[in-house]
Design a protein around this ligand. Structure first.
Ligand code: BES
Ligand code: MN
Ligand code: MN
Length: 459
């Protein structure tokens, strides 16, 4: 270990420089205007992998390209690992809130030491670099990677990985491995690593209610005709009851309660509600009654309106009854809910309750099932041991409110579990202006991945 860690320490500036190069490429996967940059990012990554010694290629899809790399090691006895990550980033807007340009990474002092600020710093470029730099170091020091490794990095995670599922199906044989390692989640603190064993799924829809053929004078017609905005507001309001529960048919049918062991583990984490709420400028939690904050974000399903529009939203007053009203809705799902079933239930709800004179349209904007990783797996055990080499405190098993849509498909299509070994912090401003990755998280992430290679090579 010592020699590997020394290699990391001595080359750390160069690692940060490579991460900066990665961050300088504005791979905003959801915006077609950035398509050439997004492709350039995939090519940059493939050439980094090739430089380390991988057999890497950029693979076309109907959307953003996928990078695949192979490190065959047929003589090794260890497991075959699949590393998944994403090189696409969220749009940088609102630009005016960035203290430095989003695609000009800067290292500056932060609350936990130096941090690199740029869009994608923690989600997911910095975290992809934790294992990429570990491979580089391992190869340099030991001459070879300890077993066969396959790398899969996509450019559409932030748009629900729509083209990855068919890619997994079409290339299942090529991607065959024993376990998937994903670094795209968070920790409890810089000193306190975490392995996520429960990850929420998601259903995202856009609903549009159309009433009159055009906007009407709200005095001439108001009171006698359907107002799509009024109607949509009522429909949305009725989706929660007074206890904060979602009223969709069958929504909670397959929701699993926490096991007593998990409940105990979460209680022992010392999670501070006030600090967490404080990162959002709040002091009170709102949600399903009778549930703790951790349960609300990690193990309970939700429904949220992400945006709502229609009618007149310009300056001053304009008296209209809008022809249309729309909203974007997302549900976060937990084991064993299924995204398809929740989508059907949403459709049924809006169709059944569509007011007379209105027409409803519901667009599927992406989905992914929730996952649960068995904590008893030897891979989780090895990962826990690996973290002890790089962190002063032991790893916690946590849940995570965010979603990685492909995680469930990896289980379903490739038949393997994932180890969610993430290095983000709660204050990293994921998806927000001034996103950052603390450099000590990068360093400890690289070292943990190195230790994991060694732990798994032992057997
Ligand atoms: N890396 C995040 C998911 C995440 C965030 C996990 C924080 C744990 C903690 C991922 O890139 C993400 O943002 N996913 C989206 C998926 C959506 C666009 C389908 C999400 O969760 O909103
Ligand atoms: Mn991510
Ligand atoms: Mn993200």
């Amino acid at each position: 270990m010592d020699e590997l860690f020394r290699y990391v320490d001595e080359g750390f500036q160069a690692s940060v420089e490579r991460l900066s190069q990665f961050l300088r490429i504005p791979s905003v996967g959801t915006d077609p205007e950035y398509d050439p940059e997004t492709r350039r990012c995939a090519e940059w990554l493939a050439s980094e992998l090739t430089g380390i010694g991988f057999d890497a290629s950029v693979r076309d899809t109907p959307g953003q390209p996928i990078v695949v790399g192979h490190w065959p090691n047929p003589d090794a006895t260890g497991p075959h690992l699949l590393y998944y990550g994403h090189y696409d980033v969220q749009p940088a807007d609102p630009l005016e809130l960035w203290e430095s340009p989003p695609f000009e990474p800067r290292v500056m002092e932060g609350p936990k030491g130096p941090q690199i600020v740029a869009r994608g710093a923690v989600d997911d470029k910095g975290q992809v670099m934790t294992w990429l730099e570990a491979f580089r170091a391992y190869k340099a020091v030991r001459g070879n990677l300890p077993f066969s490794i396959t790398v899969l990095v996509e450019g559409e995670e932030e748009s629900s990985s729509v083209n990855l599922e068919p890619f997994l199906k079409a290339n299942a044989e090529e991607l065959r491995s024993d376990v998937c390692i994903i670094s795209d989640t968070g920790m409890l603190d810089v000193d306190r690593p975490a392995i996520t064993t429960m990850l929420r799924g998601i259903v995202y829809v856009e609903v549009t209610l159309t009433g009159p053929t055009h906007d009407l004078h709200s005095g001439m017609y108001g009171g006698a005709v359907v107002n799509p905005l009024n109607a949509l507001s009522s429909l949305l309001a009725a989706l929660h009851d007074e206890n904060g529960r979602v009223t969709l048919d069958g929504f909670y049918d397959s929701v699993l309660e926490l096991t007593p062991a998990q409940s105990e583990e979460w209680k022992s984490l010392g999670f501070d509600d006030a600090t967490f709420l404080g990162t959002a400028g709040l002091s009170q939690s709102v949600g399903e009654s009778g549930r703790t904050v951790l349960e609300r974000i990690w193990s309970r399903p939700t429904l949220d309106v992400n945006g709502i529009w229609g009618g007149y939203i310009g300056k001053g007053a304009k008296t209209v009854i809008p022809s249309q009203a729309s909203a974007k809705l997302s549900c976060r799902l937990v084991p064993d809910q299924r995204a398809d079933a929740v989508l059907r239930s949403l459709k049924t709800y809006f169709e059944k309750n569509c007011p007379p004179g209105c027409r409803i349209e519901l667009k599927d904007l992406g989905k992914g099932d929730p996952i649960r990783v068995p904590a008893e797996s030897p891979f989780i055990e090895a990962t826990r041991r690996a973290t002890t080499h790089a962190f002063p405190r032991p790893a916690a098993l946590i849940g995570s409110g965010g979603s990685i849509p492909v995680a469930a498909s990896i289980r379903e299509i490739l038949g393997i579990d994932s180890v969610l070994l993430g290095f983000g912090l709660d204050d990293d401003r994921v998806h927000s202006p001034n996103e950052k990755f603390t450099l000590v998280c990068l360093e400890r992430g690289i070292k943990t991945h190195l230790a994991l290679l060694d732990e798994l090579a032992k057997k």
